[in-house]
Design a protein around this ligand. Sequence first.
Ligand code: UT7
Length: 325
Amino acid sequence: MSGRRARIVGCGSALPRRVVDNAAMAETVETSDAWIVQRTGIRQRHIAGEGEKTSDLAIAASRAALARAGVEAEALDLVVLATTTPDNTFPATATRVQAALGMTRGCAFDIQAVCSGFVYALAMADNMLRLGQADRALVIGSETFTRILDWEDRGTCVLFGDGAGAVVLEATASNGATVERGILSTHLRSDGRLHDALYVDGGVSSTGTIGHVRMNGKDVFKHAVNNMAEAVLTAIETNDLTVEDIDWLVPHQANSRIIEALCRRLNFPIERVVVTVDRHANTSAASVPLALDEAVRDGRIEAGQLVLMEAMGGGFTWGSVLARW
Ligand code: UT7
């Protein structure tokens, strides 16, 4: 299909300064470094400092992405920010980012799809750029997820961390060929019947409180492998590719055992998977762009390569984005 295509022209990320390792977690709940590493692969997580907000992390990641892209904030006409932990109930945290960057035109809004948020945000921005509704977008995943944890629940509090990642997207002319650089396809899915497997037990219209994360870990684990495999295979099949064609898989970083199970299911070599869960833990909507930024900065991801991003989160929501770098 000819027309327009959205290309990622720069990435950036930001992590809170404070790092908490598993040994420190074991001082607050009954757990151990050995249990956490063996069951999840997580060794440490970054935790936002007092007063450090989702918008602060988002702004820092966005500035880094804009600098690497060589794009001025005034040239942007769209900001899509994925978060489960906004600064305020309203307005959208994206509007804070817009103002801080000095961007006065276009539009900015938030998207809520929990851990799939960045993939959803990228799909929204890609659609808008291809339709001509915007020319240059900033797409962000940013979380202060540790603010909604129950620090007495060892089954969840050891799993999550805070952070932000951002990409700059630019519209380019396209003849529709898969050899062209840019986003080749996006696929989004959800199944609301599984709402209660992973949710927060509070909210504006239910309890009037913020609430805490509640999870049936085993259920989430099983569905995560199935859904992420489906998201990957849908992207590959839609583009008439094979698993061997994919240079890098950038999965949601929830648990190294989920990533390994996914690789076994897909027969995908673990050497071509970007893994940051050991250092970042699960940063929800920030996990994919944080991993992406790391692999771009250290030179693993190179121009012309096929990069497949995928995620799965509460809802359940899941999806994938395939891009020619
Ligand atoms: O973005 C999506 C977000 N969430 C996920 O992706 C999470 C998916 N699920 C998982 O990653 C895993 O299910 C967990 C890591 C959460 C748990 O691993 P598991 O192998 O499914 O363990 P389990 O829940 O079956 O618990 C096994 C045991 C239990 O003890 P008993 O009942 O066997 O005596 C738990 O109470 O481990 C215990 N346990 C812990 N022990 C030490 C649970 N959490 C901890 C802990 N430290 N932090």
